[in-house]
Write a protein that binds this ligand. Sequence first.
Ligand SMILES: *Cc1c(COP(=O)(O)O)cnc(C)c1O
Length: 366
Amino acid sequence: MIPLVDLKAQYNAIKKEIDSAIKRVIENASFIGGEEVIKFEEEFARAIDAPFCVSVSSGTTALEIALKALGIGKGQEVITTPLTFIAISEAIVNAGAKPVFVDVDETTYNIDPKKIEQAITPQTRAILPVHLYGNPANLAVIDIIAKKHNLLVLEDCAQAHGAARGGRFVPHATGIFSFFPGKTLGAYGDAGAIVTRDEALAKRMAAMRDHGRTTKYEHHIAGTNARMDAIQAAILRAKLPFLASWVASRRKIASRYTEMLAGFPLLLPSAEADAEHSFHLYVIRASNRSQLMEHLKEAGISTGIHYPIPLHLQPVYAHLGYKRGDFPITEKVSDEIVSLPIYPELTFEQVDFICEKIRELFSRSK
Ligand SMILES: *Cc1c(COP(=O)(O)O)cnc(C)c1O
């Protein structure tokens, strides 16, 4: 059996570090906030060359708090991609604003910068690119558009821990991370963070996730309880020193797949010239997707689809008035994508076995 991600293999490799981190929190009996959380924020910010990190309870709450702290709300529109997880549009809606979708680029699967300007209206307040699968979106072009139209940019880095664009880690300005267990850097429960270069924004978000507190009993801004648990912070601190090597392993596995799958009637992942893909997911496109997934399943290989239903076609957004045909590239891509197993502990032998099974299918159907 080859799973899509193998969290047990990861735990077995770093059991000692994890167990002692959990024990430390329980012994210190400091479960909310405190040293573990503060240290994780400092260490994570340092690891990705960002000045400020505000830890929160999930990637979804990170999006919501960031949007609200940026002043985005009622009557405003946020431009984003329809080929992503629902958390993005969910947070935009929960902040009181309206998601406006723009089709993706045919090769990167990220928001197509060439199509952003035609979606801008007087209500548009921000652009929310997602670095999908760990492949950084074209931030340079998005930034030029944002400046020209006086818009904010919030990057979704939930799948892009360790990814870089133009030689710099993402986010380039302000972005959110998810530490959902299956993510490249994952906690043992829900956790997330917002990373920014804007100190005032960081302070606002830090207060917002903790009841809008300025001191224990003084509340100056509207907040909520969206704090990261100390136990999750301790687990993330134990894992963080491995992040760079895990990303390096993912890149090696991705290269191996790309080498072994060359020449098949498949579309393989590609990144733009100055983009350093971190391969949270290795996603290929196949016109015979269901046949391919079934064939791999019979061989004990798990696959996934990220994501089968584009956001503009989700029943919950029927009131936004989108219909099939509005974003032809997204729709075509979401009908063909398959995520193959990828995680740092996956061996080249396993990758070769998966590719051998894929070859089997294509030689049989010839
Ligand atoms: C996982 C994910 C999120 C949400 O993160 P949670 O921690 O699960 O709330 C947001 N955006 C993207 C692109 C994701 O993959």
